[in-house]
Design a protein around this ligand. Structure first.
Ligand code: PEP
Ligand code: CO
Length: 456
């Protein structure tokens, strides 16, 4: 007798999510082809190891306790087309630069997580898109199909899951060697600046800070500290993350850890649930509840205090510090009003969450030129509102979650170089949402550093 998907779910309690409605999944034309690919993936090596994810939980527990700050950043959607060693190195570089700025200014460690090595699947507000009278499925990321507006490109292609796996594997391989092998050495902070940033005000401010860190290192050496033998100065801990939207891919990479006996998502160190798939009775929440990784959940302006406390109870029943990060994405106008009741409710319910601010997704609009964009000023306002709300509720503003690139793109408006509406077409490269460019990102790090200093 044929075994149905539901029978399998009954045999394996960890697959209980399969009975539940999963939003934002593509319409696969050939389920058998998808199953064949996920079977292949399920016997490939894990991309990350459970012990690494546990290290991240421990690092995030320090954030939850107010002893560290979280920087989670990277592409809105990684591309299969612009993938190269250079692009990985540059994406790491801007995050390392921002982390140095934040750590040096705040005096607390920065936990670094990239939206990288797996950020391939996108939720969409509308499932179809119409252009010149032609209606096609909306673009959902390179793990599913191509972004060109043709029926061929937009047809879901299961073999892309394998390509995503292999790209994530080689990205991680490079990230591991760059962060362990000297590239991330604190003596090299000067060398992380890209040419177009060097002469800018942000670039100069960064150089001054890099000079200071260099002096601090020389001072330590002069005092007799053997800085050469301290691995923390020459290597860095860097973690990977993505929105775990595409459940068949995630399930194929979920493995039982022999040490703890727990299930872990091995597609990334940490994964998050998007704003559109955080239904309490949905498949995503059930899947996330079944894995032991540190996890995140986006929280938008419609979330009620009761709903958020219930999410905490479902996703972190054991109240483990560092297990759950709530990523608020309210929009600059709403953040003060909407966030405070949530902070109060979670605090009063005694849930030890990390609160991070995504100042991007509540501030997106279509410009007069027809481009999807965001204003740097709105992004900064939302972060300031986030810090203000935490101050008022005596909770810890734990971190930021941003979409950025180190490249000189023109996707977000404003910044010290003032990208204008009329500039958006010049270098608009993203395949999904608009990202801060290298200068805007560095500038943002200095502004957040000021907020951190004002707090301590
Ligand atoms: C994202 O982080 O790219 C995203 C789609 O966010 P949200 O779920 O908050 O809209
Ligand atoms: Co996005």
């Amino acid at each position: 007798m044929a075994v149905t998907v539901d029978d399998q779910a009954q045999e394996r309690p960890e697959r209980a999510w399969r009975h539940l409605p999963a939003d934002q999944q593509p319409d696969w034309p050939d389920r058998a082809a998808l199953d064949q690919v996920t079977d292949e993936i399920s016997i490939l090596p894990p991309l990350v190891f459970a012990a690494e994810s546990r290290d991240l939980t421990a690092a995030l527990a320090r954030v939850a306790e107010g002893q560290a700050f979280l920087l989670q950043a990277g592409d809105c959607a990684e591309s299969f087309d612009s993938f190269s060693a250079e692009s990985v190195r540059r994406r790491l570089q801007i995050i390392l630069q921002m982390a140095v700025v934040l750590t040096y200014s705040s005096g607390v460690p920065t936990v670094k997580i990239g939206r990288i090595a797996g950020q391939f699947a996108k939720p969409r507000s509308a499932s179809t898109e119409t252009c010149d009278g032609v209606t096609l499925p909306s673009f959902r990321g390179h793990i599913i199909h191509g972004e060109a507006f043709t029926a061929e490109a937009r047809a879901p292609e299961p073999r892309r899951l394998l390509q995503a796996y292999h790209q994530a594997a080689s990205t991680l391989n490079l990230l591991r060697s760059l962060t362990r092998g000297g590239f991330a050495d604190l003596n090299r902070v000067h060398s992380w600046t890209q040419d177009f940033v060097t002469g800018s005000p942000e670039g100069r401010q960064y150089r001054a800070l890099a000079d200071e860190t260099g002096r601090a290192l020389r001072f330590m050496t002069a005092c007799g500290v053997d800085t050469g033998s301290l691995p923390t100065l020459h290597q860095t801990e860097f973690f990977t993350s993505h929105e775990a939207l595409l459940l068949p891919y995630e399930e194929a990479l979920t493995r039982r850890d022999p040490m703890s006996g727990d299930l872990y998502a091995t597609s990334a160190h940490t994964i998050w649930i998007g704003e559109r798939t955080r239904q309490l009775d949905g498949a995503h929440v059930a899947f996330f509840a079944s894995v032991a990784n540190p996890i995140g959940c986006k929280i938008g302006p419609t979330a009620t205090p009761e709903e958020v406390v219930e999410l905490c109870a479902s996703l972190n029943p054991g109240r483990v510090p560092g297990r759950l990060t709530l990523i608020s994405r309210m929009g600059a106008d709403l953040v003060t009003d909407r966030l405070r009741p949530l902070l109060r409710a979670v605090r009063d319910a005694g849930h030890p969450v990390v609160w991070a601010c995504d100042p991007m997704h509540g501030n997106t609009f279509t410009s007069t030129s027809g481009r999807k964009t965001r204003r740097v000023d709105d992004i900064l306002d939302e972060i300031a509102g986030f810090f203000g709300a935490h101050d008022a509720e005596h909770t810890w503003a734990g971190g930021i979650h941003v979409e950025l690139t180190s490249e000189d793109v023109t996707e977000c408006l404003g910044g010290s170089h003032k990208v204008l509406d009329s500039d958006l077409d010049t270098n608009y490269e993203t395949i999904c949402d608009p990202r801060l460019n290298g200068r805007q990102s560095l500038d943002l790090a200095f502004r957040v550093a000021e907020l951190l200093r004002a707090r301590s």
